[in-house]
Every structure is written in structure tokens, then in C-alpha cells.
Design a protein around this ligand. Sequence first.
Ligand code: ATP
Ligand code: MG
Ligand code: MG
Ligand code: MG
Length: 355
Amino acid sequence: MKTKLHLLFGGKSAEHKVSMQTAKAVMNAVDQSIYEVHPIYIDQEGSWNKGPVLEGKVDDVHALAFQGEKNTVSPLAISERAVKGKELDSAQVNEVVFPLLHGPNGEDGTVQGLLEILGLPYVGNGVLASSAGMDKIAMKAIFEQAGLTQVKYVGFIRKDWEEQAERVMSKIETDIGYPCFVKPANLGSSVGISKCKNQEQLKEAVKEALRYDRKIIVEEGVNAREIEIGVIGNDELECSVVGEIVPKTEFYDYQSKYEDEDTGLIIPCELPNEIYEQIKDIAKRAYKSLDCSGLARMDFFLTKDNEILINEVNTMPGFTPYSMFPLLWKHSGLEYPALINKLVELAIEKHQEKL
Ligand code: ATP
Ligand code: MG
Ligand code: MG
Ligand code: MG
């Protein structure tokens, strides 16, 4: 019997388009002899729609569009079996959800919580890792606790800015200085992120970031190599080879991620063996500190004097065949369709451990 693979994609977050791209790629790649694909499109208003077709080319983030009649369903209606409250037979799990969602309302534990309640196995991280990984301030507090080295940062909420911007700015300028990076605490794909070199830019950047989140993080800007590594596993972890990003722009912004063709991804990248081993070790420690499962991409900065700073975790990293995470695994010997199979196996393993 084929395994039902419920693909959740789209979503309410600012990373909607990126998710569409991922979904199209996964639909094209899944082994139809093993899986029966059930697409579920979440539109920008947050409605869930069963069985839509995605038209367009995977590599064109703007052209991909949902086509056909919308068959809006309750998020609870993903699986007939779950609706009827029937338990999955632990020996024969034949239904798995793959939340191909980035950003809030998908990568942040909310959808994962729903799937837990429904008793459905799902690919990737659970509630805690997803939510702690999405919130850059919570994530950094956990990394700090785990003894991992990272850039200096300051966090605040909209109300702090509205009521005492001068105090917040003075803290940023004293603790961090310029250049600094202003980010919405909960987002990805560089949406809402700005690099600032002075107070005027800082004010603008905070205003921009506040469009996306009520919580803001400001980080010390480092001049460093950008290194990324993939980790997969539940209790037993495997690391991919290490990759490097060489953006042609001031930093690795949304446009250089999805629109520019000349952003260099170097896989594997040149690193002294000792640094390579240290990065793998830190990546695993970071993964465990957040209680990650399934997969994650860990982003690092490597300074000129070879100091390794962890930047962030992505609990549902970009997942088209051209994205860093699948490319890292391809260069580690795991092709895209095999990677999908592996992640589904890990989802089933985790589900069975819970029962
Ligand atoms: P994604 O989830 O797509 O990886 P994100 O929105 O979570 O992205 P970050 O990875 O934190 O954002 O930052 C995006 C980019 O901005 C980085 O890849 C890097 O180019 C630049 N950047 C972010 N923070 C810093 C920093 N503290 N110093 C220097 N560059 C930074
Ligand atoms: Mg991120
Ligand atoms: Mg991300
Ligand atoms: Mg990143």
C-alpha cells in the first residue's frame, strides 16, 4: 500500500511564494510508486484548500500560482482518519504530513501542534524546536545556555520602541554599535532585514522590521564568511558537507536568495579540517539544544581569525532542488528524492517512538 503524503504549502507568512516553489519541486520529485500525494494549499488569508494544482516553473518564484477551484476545508480535515479520531496503526504508518511551510504559521510550531493533536506523523521538527527556532531571541538565549558563541544582540518589542526609542537606541549604540543588523524576530528568507551604518538607518530599519513582527532583534554586524551545514536525524544525527554563500550584494538578502543568479553557493567549501570538524560539532550541539528532529540547516559566521559564530537555525530550510539544504545533501551522497524518503522515514520513526 502506498503511503499518503499530505503536502502542506503556501501559508500566511511573508515566505508564501518560497513555500510554493518548494511544494512544486517536491511534487515533481516524490516517488509515485511509494507515495500518494495529497496537496493542501494554504492561501495568504490562511484558508486551507484541498487538492489544488500548482502551475508554473519551480525556478520562477513569481510565476508559480495556485490554479483551479478552491476546495476550502477546515485545517482539522487534513486526514479523514484523523477526523474520525482513529489511531494510526503504529506498526503500519501509512499517512505522513510534510509541512513545506516557512516562517510564522508553519515553521513556528503552530501547525506542528495541530498535527500532534490530530495524532498524525509529520516531517521535521516538533513544537518546541519549531517555535524556539523561529524566534531569534528565544533561539539565541538557548544557544547561549548551551555555551555556543554568537554575535552580540539586543531584543525589544514594539511597545518599547513606541514609548522609549531613545533608550533602546542608546542601548543598541552602546552594546552593539554600527554596522548592525535589524531583523523581525520571527521570520526568514531575509524578509524585513536591514543592515544599518548609522542612527538614521537604524530608525528606518526598525520601522521596516516592525511591519512584520512586534518583536525585533538587533545584532552586531560581522564581516565574516557565511557557512551553512545540514543536519538530519532524531536521536542519531548526521551532518552534510559544509557550504558557503558568497552574496554579490551587501548581504544575503531576499533578492539574492531567490532572484539573482550570481549568488555563489560553494559546496563543499574550502575549510581547514579542524574548523570543518568544529562546525559539525557545534551544529550538532545547537540541534540538540533546541531538541530538533528530522532536519535543520544551521547558519554560521566564520571570522577572519577562524572564530565560529552560530547565526541561526532554520527548522524548515529552503527545500527546492536549488536550495542550499538539498544541495548540501546531494554533495553528501543523498539525492533529492532519497532525501525526501529519508525525512519521511524519520517522521515515522519519531511517531512510533511516541506511541
Ligand atoms: P533564512 O532563514 O533565509 O536563512 P533569515 O531571514 O532567518 O534567513 P538571517 O539568516 O539571520 O535571516 O540573515 C540573513 C542574512 O543577513 C545572512 O545570511 C547574512 O548575509 C546577513 N546577516 C544577518 N545577520 C548578520 C550579522 N549579525 N552580521 C553580518 N551579516 C548578517
Ligand atoms: Mg532563518
Ligand atoms: Mg528560514
Ligand atoms: Mg539564515
